[in-house]
Design a protein around this ligand. Structure first.
Ligand code: ATP
Ligand code: MG
Length: 429
């Protein structure tokens, strides 16, 4: 039979990769707890309209990248391409906002039909926060600081924060008019994609990855020059808060999110240690989104970090020796041979686990020597051996694998113990 393969862009995470993921997840959890954020989990599958309204029809994500299909009830469903729309939907559906402002975080797989490459997959993972119901400029700085400190704590190097203000919808409407007329005058110098966007999503053109288009855009009018006095003051207040937190930033007037519900602060955190996909974290304020999804007008800010890119960075750091990570090992490797002994080992492994020990039970029935080799390789500090003799006497042989080095030479470090004595000996170790 032909072997089956995973779908393109859908990536397996193998056991040897998991310690790094788990370490990241544990750090994320600990940092978020300290920031008084509460976890929320939402379904992977949502009605398509949620993303059409919550991300915007004119975006690449909704226009080109979504996994959308009809379910058996003929409803259009979409695998979530990001977390914010779902979190806002859930908050509205369950009335969380009527209980007050919400400080939330989430993590999990996201799905986008993109061209797979390093740091870009079709199923990938994000971790993100959403501060719903916060308008104060300190919440912009706090949200950024939580991302920045998390990346620092994890040991990501070469970090840079890029920042812009998109102003409020009126500022942007004014800018849009200015920009569109400028773009129309320079139409023939733009790439085909960008030309198409002049009518659909002109702000997104500023984000174009086409280098010729980028060169032309160097001369384009800037959003920051269209900001009202109030928006400019607001942005200055955010910058002062970041100064107080001593978080360095670079202003990037070309950093945009093309939709009307994105307001004021927009930011990205990049790492110079990533290749082409340098952005680890993207976020910003979205004061118009909650209303767009049927809720009351509510100020909010959030961000998302791509975990695969984080893993790439930390795997590099690990290889270079700047971040260390010990793989988890069992406390006890349990070796047995002979029918009665094997049964006792099965029972003992369960007792040890119930007593809080991690145990690997050798199920191979191989010769003692082979089982003991595997015990050594497992990294466990202790091997417990039950042979026919031990089984008969109701004892076990405890071997100290750490000091003995090679288990075969550890004979002097063995002791025969009853199950009860074993429990005691292990609880002292
Ligand atoms: P990009 O410009 O790299 O496509 P984006 O603007 O689409 O990024 P966001 O929607 O802001 O990204 O998502 C936040 C983060 O999620 C990104 O900075 C990145 O780290 C990660 N991310 C986005 N798409 C993918 C993907 N297809 N594979 C892996 N990670 C991704
Ligand atoms: Mg993208």
């Amino acid at each position: 039979m032909e072997k089956l393969q995973s779908l393109r862009g859908m990536v397996d995470l193998l056991p040897e990769q998991m310690p790094l993921w788990q370490q990241i997840e544990a750090t994320v959890r600990a940092q978020f707890e300290r920031a008084a954020l509460r976890e929320i989990r939402t379904p992977l599958l949502e009605v398509t309209e949620l993303f059409a309204r919550g991300i915007g029809e004119a975006t690449d994500v909704v226009g080109k990248e979504m996994y959308t299909f009809l379910d058996r009830g003929e409803r259009s469903c979409t695998l979530r391409p990001e977390g914010t729309a779902s979190v806002v939907r859930a908050a509205l559906q369950h009335g969380l906002l009527s209980q007050g402002a919400q400080r939330l975080w989430y993590t999990g797989p996201m799905f986008r039909y993109e061209r797979p490459q390093a740091g870009r997959q079709r199923q990938f993972h994000q971790v993100g926060i959403e501060l719903l119901g916060f308008a104060d400029t300190r919440s912009d700085a706090e949200a950024i600081a939580i991302a920045w400190d998390l990346l620092m704590e994890l040991g990501v190097g070469g970090l840079a924060l890029e920042l812009n203000s998109l102003g409020d919808p009126a500022d942007r409407a004014a800018y849009r008019t200015t920009l569109v007329s400028w773009l129309q005058q320079h139409q023939e110098q733009l790439d085909a994609d960008s030309r198409e966007r002049i009518t659909t999503n002109p702000l997104r053109i500023l984000d174009s990855k086409n280098t010729d288009t980028q060169a032309v855009l160097a001369e384009a009018p800037l959003l920051i020059d269209s900001l009202s006095e109030a928006s400019r003051e607001r942005f200055d207040a955010v910058l002062r808060s970041l100064d107080a937190l001593e978080i360095p930033y670079q202003l990037n007037p070309r950093l945009v999110r093309g939709l009307d519900y994105y307001t004021h602060t927009a930011f990205e955190i990049t790492s110079s240690q990533l290749g082409a996909q340098a952005t680890v974290c993207g976020g910003g304020r979205y004061d118009g989104l909650i209303e767009q999804l049927g809720g009351p007008p509510t100020a909010a800010i959030g961000w998302a970090i791509g975990l695969e890119r984080l893993v790439l960075l930390l795997a590099q750091a690990q290889a270079a020796g700047t971040v260390a990570l010990a793989p988890p090992t069992p406390d006890v490797y349990l070796v047995s041979r002979g029918e009665q002994a094997e049964r006792q080992a099965l029972v003992l492994s369960r007792q040890l686990r119930q007593a809080g020990r991690s145990v690997e039970l050798d199920l191979t029935r191989a010769a003692f020597g082979k089982q003991l080799k595997r015990a050594d390789r497992s990294g466990a500090p202790w091997a417990v051996v039950i042979g026919e003799g031990e089984a008969e006497q109701g004892v076990v042989l405890l071997k100290d694998l750490r000091r003995g080095g090679n288990a075969a030479e550890a004979v002097s470090l063995e002791q025969r113990l009853s199950a009860e004595q074993l429990m005691k000996a292990l609880s002292r170790s």
